[in-house]
Design a protein around this ligand. Structure first.
Ligand code: C5P
Length: 214
């Protein structure tokens, strides 16, 4: 295995932008695994299906085209909610497992961000980060992003979304959101995007040093 960086954490913790910046700095490809679940949720909804139906959701996951994850439709609030509903189904997670592991097997390495990368997808990853922040901080960040897209949603509605998603992601039986024991904890509550990136880079460089000499 190459140098794999597994980044997990709750919604809007800053892990996505951190993954992209680390990818540029280290010349490693990045997979935002949340997009896979978002694409499955949107596909089920567009087909008029039921997000709580495991068979329908798993069929949509099996049909997913990994080269077609760029749509703006996957970045909406509704897509995030739909993603977390289809993500509870073990058959959906199973259908998406191989593609994520193939991505992680790329040489000279890869960066994956999600909820279960360090615990389930690549438990042997040489570098693991668990990125978090208070729900209020995360809601404020997501609110700014959505307002920039002209979404008139209120801060309170986003905070509700985030709390509901956190609970669903952490309480589900299949691959719940939790920090792997060997993941470095990075709380970005009091850090801006540059400071969070610098802190992540320090953790990554320390892991890389250990990995290269092991
Ligand atoms: O990270 P993002 O907000 O795009 O993720 C959307 C939803 O997809 C999460 O709330 C979670 O339910 C699900 N997800 C997951 N496992 C991952 C990535 C995302 O269950 N590895």
């Amino acid at each position: 295995m190459g140098f794999v960086i597994a980044i997990d954490g709750p919604a809007a913790s800053g892990k996505g932008s951190m993954a992209v910046r680390l990818g540029k700095a280290l010349c490693l490809p990045v997979l935002d695994t949340g997009l896979l679940y978002r694409a499955v949720g949107v596909a089920v909804e567009q087909a008029g299906g039921d997000l709580d139906d495991e068979t329908q959701s798993a069929a949509a996951a099996a049909r997913l085209d990994l080269d077609d994850l760029e749509s703006e439709a996957f970045r909406t609030r509704g897509a995030g909610e739909a993603a977390s509903r289809v993500a509870v189904h073990p058959a959906v997670r199973a259908a998406l497992l191989d593609a994520q592991r193939r991505f992680a097997a790329r040489e000279p390495g890869a960066i994956l961000d999600g909820r279960d990368i360090g615990t389930v997808i690549v438990p042997e990853a040489p570098c693991k980060l668990f990125v978090t922040a208070t729900p209020e901080t995360r809601a404020r960040r997501r609110h700014l992003q959505l307002r920039a897209q002209n979404d008139p949603v209120t801060f309170e509605a986003i905070l509700d979304d985030i709390r509901r998603r956190d609970t669903r992601d952490a309480d589900r039986a299949a691959a719940p959101l939790r920090r792997a024991e060997d993941a470095a904890l990075l709380d970005t509550t009091d850090l801006d995007i540059d400071a969070a990136f610098d802190a992540a880079l320090r953790i990554v460089e320390a892991s890389r040093g250990r990995w290269e000499t092991s």
